[in-house]
Design a protein around this ligand. Structure first.
Ligand code: NAD
Ligand code: ZN
Length: 344
């Protein structure tokens, strides 16, 4: 089968021909129907050799949808032909976090060598993929795989962040979304769907700001040195009760600090690697700073239900597997509007 793989640290991914995998005991093989591209893929491809922990060769793709194609010995709960999406942050399945479906916060996964598909295990940028356990499959139940595959990360991750700030987002509150790319443009829609907050979207790119308005942002602000002042002004000096930073660079965490309200939340979702010092005289009284990771299995079901009700729709640019290297180049250069999805 064809697969898009990282073969060498620091080099762009390449399309290769590899053996079609066989499902082992308890595993499920999917014929991939859609695979989303995430900026995190570029993060790992840009790591220096001493920090790269994902193994080589690595088949990319941690947003996955497919049709069940074969069951390994003892795998139950799904049937050949089922259309499913994959819950990506695989955990041990037995600890306290996993018992709550919060496998994204499993403390045992790394030690047990369990890694998400596309981030250690072979991912979805291929004709077939292996899923380690049927519990990591969610029925699409009528949803289109190409339209919805990115809800497994670009939807689930902002949903998880927003949900944990819900108590701050009362009528009259303000939410700031920094970075209106794959995750950010879904975040705006989730905020519209589940909170009464006024939404201010921030980006460096005018076309991304236009997309933010199309998907429901009440106001847009260009990300520059005046952005903080403009956001403060439009909140009558109070600031934003919640700031969601989908970049995580020095400039954006600084902007988050400038605009977060007293007792507000800053959620640093982007993995730009910048830090935000928190304490008296550096952040407002009561402000919380959090760096959330992905989301829970229950939250994935909730995000898919938001899509079913029509509240959330991913803006998708489609590519064939042969064009996946080009799609990654476009993502790298900021040329994707919404999310790029590969359809093998
Ligand atoms: P993307 O490339 O689709 O979107 C990034 C957006 O940020 C673009 O619109 C870009 O124009 C904008 N941007 C860049 N610099 C900016 C700045 N200084 N100010 C304002 N906007 C700026 O990326 P994505 O796939 O949506 O991922 C967003 C981030 O979230 C990445 O860092 C990714 O690695 C991370 N991520 C984190 C998790 C998690 O669990 N925490 C999960 C998935 C992705
Ligand atoms: Zn991702």
């Amino acid at each position: 089968m064809k697969a898009l793989q990282c073969l060498e640290i620091g080099a762009p991914p390449e399309l290769v021909e590899i053996e079609t995998p066989e499902p082992g005991p308890g595993e499920v093989r999917l014929r991939v129907t859609a695979a989303g591209l995430c900026h995190s893929d570029w993060f790992l491809m840009g790591l220096p050799a001493d920090q790269y922990v994902y193994g080589l060769p690595l088949t990319l793709g941690h947003e996955a949808a497919g049709v069940v194609d074969a069951l390994g010995p003892g795998a139950t709960g799904v049937a050949v032909g089922d259309a499913v999406a994959v819950y990506g942050p695989w955990g041990c399945g037995r600890c306290h976090a996993c018992a709550q479906g919060r496998e994204d916060y499993c403390p045992n996964a790394a030690a047990q060598g369990i890694a998400p598909p596309g981030l250690g295990a072979p991912g979805a940028m291929a004709e077939y993929m292996i899923v380690d356990d049927p519990r990591h499959l969610v029925s699409l139940d009528g949803l289109d795989p190409v339209e919805c595959v990115s809800l497994t990360d670009a939807g689930l991750t902002p949903y998880h962040a927003i949900r944990s700030s819900l108590s701050k987002l009362w009528p009259g509150s303000t939410a700031v979304v920094i970075g209106v790319g794959g995750l950010g443009h879904v975040a705006v829609q989730i905020l519209r769907a589940i909170t009464p907050a006024a939404i201010i979207a921030v980006d460096v790119d005018d076309d991304k700001l236009a997309l933010a308005t199309e998907v429901g942002a009440h106001r847009t602000v260009r990300s520059d040195s005046d952005a903080g002042a403009r956001i403060r002004e439009s909140t009558a000096g109070i600031g934003a009760e919640a700031v969601f930073d989908f970049v995580g660079a020095a400039a954006t965490v600084q902007l988050a600090r400038e605009v977060v309200a007293i007792d507000g939340d800053v959620q640093i979702v982007g993995i730009g690697g910048a830090t935000l010092p928190t304490g008296f005289f550096s952040t407002p009284f009561g402000a919380s700073v959090r760096a959330p990771y992905w989301g829970s299995r229950a939250e994935l079901l909730e995000v898919l239900d938001l899509a079913r009700s029509g509240s959330v729709r991913v803006h998708v640019e489609r590519f064939g597997l042969d064009d996946a290297p080009e799609a990654y180049r476009r993502l790298h250069d900021g040329g994707i509007r919404g999310r790029a999805v590969v359809v093998p």
